[in-house]
Design a protein around this ligand. Structure first.
Ligand SMILES: CC(C)(COP(=O)(O)OP(=O)(O)OC[C@H]1O[C@@H](n2cnc3c(N)ncnc32)[C@H](O)[C@@H]1OP(=O)(O)O)[C@@H](O)C(=O)NCCC(=O)NCCS
Length: 194
């Protein structure tokens, strides 16, 4: 994407919620969109792990993307329920956790392809790594979200397991039989950040 103004990355605050929810709704299938309350709780509970990208437009600053996260105690056997859409951060986050779970991530469709996503994603891992002792980062991506999957691979994440039928089918997922898509769990070791 050409002529994109530079994005500023900063921590989200409660006043950003409408801009965040707008991008959430534009980016995900209605059955995958998480609730405003879930996002408000993420900002309140772990503000160090919730970043937004802002760009300057003629009408003023607008939110162009966001990334949210939680800290989980490292485990080789994470319950699948931890990945559930709309789970409350109050049930899963611990400030002493050493695994960064990236819970949601999206860029406004009108400015995708201009490196805002990459900038946000790397800033999150860098910022949280500086303040907390992280062993690893983990996320779940739908098998339908190929652009995100490619980005995660480029950033050093590898698929470690797959949950069939985790996500409802996207509008363009093909045959009528294809009613859902797999959730792919990806991980990256961050031990060198110690
Ligand atoms: C995933 C997403 C956040 C990326 O944001 P973005 O600002 O468009 O991404 P960037 O321009 O920073 O690109 C970063 C990398 O993503 C991948 N990527 C992004 N757009 C792509 C495309 N159209 N085709 C192929 N790869 C693409 C590439 O690996 C790219 O790196 P490269 O340009 O060096 O090859 C954005 O596409 C989005 O919001 N998607 C919908 C929501 C979503 O899937 N979220 C992930 C939930 S797990």
């Amino acid at each position: 994407m050409e002529n994109l103004p530079p994005a500023t990355i900063r921590k989200a605050n409660a006043g950003d919620i409408d801009g965040i929810m707008k991008i959430e709704r534009l980016s995900f299938h209605s059955e995958v969109v998480e609730s405003k309350k879930v996002f408000e709780d993420r900002i309140a509970v772990f503000p160090d792990g919730f970043l937004i990208a802002e760009i300057e437009t003629k009408g003023g600053k607008i939110i162009a993307g966001y990334v949210s996260s939680e800290l989980w105690p490292y485990s080789e056997a994470i319950p699948y329920s931890n990945f559930s859409l709309n789970h409350s951060i109050y049930e899963t986050h611990s400030n002493d956790g050493d695994e960064l779970y990236i819970s949601s991530f999206a860029v406004d469709p009108s400015v995708r392809g201009g490196k805002i996503g990459k900038h946000l994603f790397t800033a999150l891992i860098d910022c949280v790594s500086k303040k907390y002792k992280l062993k690893s980062a983990i996320l779940m991506v739908s098998s339908d979200w190929q652009n995100a999957y490619k980005m995660y691979q480029k950033e050093g994440f590898a698929a470690v397991s797959k949950i069939s039928g985790f996500f409802p089918a996207s509008e363009n997922s093909g045959s009528e039989d294809d009613l859902s898509s797999a959730g792919i769990i990806m991980k990256k070791c961050l031990i060198n950040n110690y």
